[in-house]
Design a protein around this ligand. Structure first.
Ligand code: NAP
Length: 257
């Protein structure tokens, strides 16, 4: 077993119905993990589970709205009933304001509810058992937008998730429970379908998630090309201003701004 191959684990994966979550479900199933897939689209989730595990013994679909407390509790209880203790929670479900400015959106705070509040609440539900077993792993899907500020509400959610992940990791040092943050740059998914940029597929993020199950990491930025960009934005924020203005000017041409 190499350092990035993990023993087979029971993994709850939110946002499994498309994009990064779907690719991650494929990668984790390929590596032999037991999966509990969560998202709102029931039919899509059920057919993914059947595709990954026709026997139905190792992959379970649990329709879930991560913003609803009852739905979150049902997800965790169902996972435990079927597979016993949860080894890993992957907080991947996420949304953004896809069109226009966030302040024109009728409910921009939904981005905070899905991307920040839900991972915190799901973590609260699995943490007591993980701490008493002295074993467990929380994997949060952040974003490069959690290091380099771009969209106000989306960056607020991802900066928040990054702070939560890094702090929680420290709070749990020595307990046997670990926390990893994966920070993707642009990859192809439903979320980025309108972006006119060259992007790899979501599999690059899926592999990074699967790898941290074998070797937890404080923070991993993928694709690798975004590592110097995130650093550059911190060291020379004026360069970041220039890049964002160029992108924003292109996106919002024709006098929208
Ligand atoms: N694609 C990128 O370039 C990129 C870059 C950086 C970070 N990320 C992050 O990667 C994660 C996955 O995004 P993606 O790019 O794969 O986008 P995506 O294809 O739009 O997938 C988003 C997933 O989240 C689920 N979801 C949304 N709201 C939910 C809710 N209330 N309850 C349960 N599930 C919900 C969706 O499922 P349902 O609609 O079926 O509920 C879907 O499975 C997000 O956290 C995103 O912020 C993406």
């Amino acid at each position: 077993m190499t350092s990035t191959q993990a023993k087979r684990q029971v993994v709850i994966l939110t946002g499994a119905s498309s994009g990064i979550g779907r690719a991650t479900a494929h990668e984790l199933a390929r590596r032999g993990h037991t999966l509990v897939l969560a998202a709102r689209r029931e039919g899509t989730l059920a057919s993914l589970a059947r595709e990954l595990d026709p026997s139905g013994s190792r992959v379970l679909a649990v329709p879930t709205d991560v913003t609803e407390g009852d739905s979150r509790r049902a997800l965790i209880e169902t996972a435990r009933e079927h597979f016993g203790p949860v080894d890993v929670l992957v907080n991947n479900a996420g949304v953004t304001v896809e069109r226009g400015w966030w302040w024109d959106d009728p409910d921009p705070l939904r981005v905070l509810r899905v991307n920040l509040e839900s991972p915190i609440e799901l973590t609260r539900l699995v943490l007591p058992e993980m701490r008493s077993r002295k074993s467990g792993h929380i994997v949060n899907i952040g974003s490069v937008a959690g290091r380099a500020a771009t969209n106000g509400i989306y960056s607020a959610s991802k900066f928040g998730l990054r702070g939560f992940s890094l702090a929680l990791r420290r709070e749990l040092l020595g307990t046997g429970v670990t926390v990893s943050l994966i920070a993707p740059g642009f990859v192809r998914s439903e979320m980025t379908r309108a972006a006119r940029l060259p992007m790899p597929g979501p599999e690059v993020v899926a592999r990074a998630v699967a790898d941290v199950l074998g070797r937890p990491q404080r923070e991993v930025t993928v694709p690798r090309v975004y590592r110097p960009l995130a650093f550059l934005d911190h060291a020379l924020p004026g360069v970041g201003d220039w890049i964002v203005r160029r992108i924003i000017r292109r996106r919002y041409a024709h006098g929208e701004r």
